[in-house]
Design a protein around this ligand. Sequence first.
Ligand code: FE2
Length: 215
Amino acid sequence: MAFKLPELPFAYDALAPHMSKKTLEFHHDKHHKGYVDKLNAAVDGTRYAGMALEEIIRETAKNSKERGIFNNAAQHWNHAFFWNCLSPGGGGKPEGALAERIKADFGSYDDFAKAFKQAATGQFGSGWAWLVLDGGALKVTATPNAETPMIHGQHALLTCDVWEHAYYLDYQNRRPDFVETVLKELVNWKFVAERLDEQGEDLETMQKVAAGGRR
Ligand code: FE2
């Protein structure tokens, strides 16, 4: 029983020119696969071997000695989640209930976008920018390295990977341009709206994005 690298929910060239085939081949087939392979090797023969991915993340987050397992488990979850946050023909402004929630909690879509871009560009070094549900309110956050909102009791709705491997081939050092393009051209608002509907049901919803899938 091992964790399995989920397939991308779109073709490798489907997000070009905003995110190139080459970037996705490296990011998914090398980086994400690397986290899955290292996670499988690290949990083999341990008490974590039979656990669901979210359980491993929550358990290892409490123990600094388990940092290696935590990093690879959380990066597996974060990447599986990130792929689902992207869509060909995505981006722009959300509609319906999600748009109303964003307006209620941030003032306007533009205020949300500004906060998200600030979080993404302000994250020093590697990490992630997030839109989360925290205690019933939408919030924008950033996390360093592999850190993931579930360990803070937050329900992730949207993320943008701001590790250099996510954008360097297409944007070199221009992280702000990458984040701007993700918001304008790639965000899968349908997925984000589904996450908002599901709220705290992380364990079940991640079955859907196949992160917890075992072969
Ligand atoms: Fe990444």
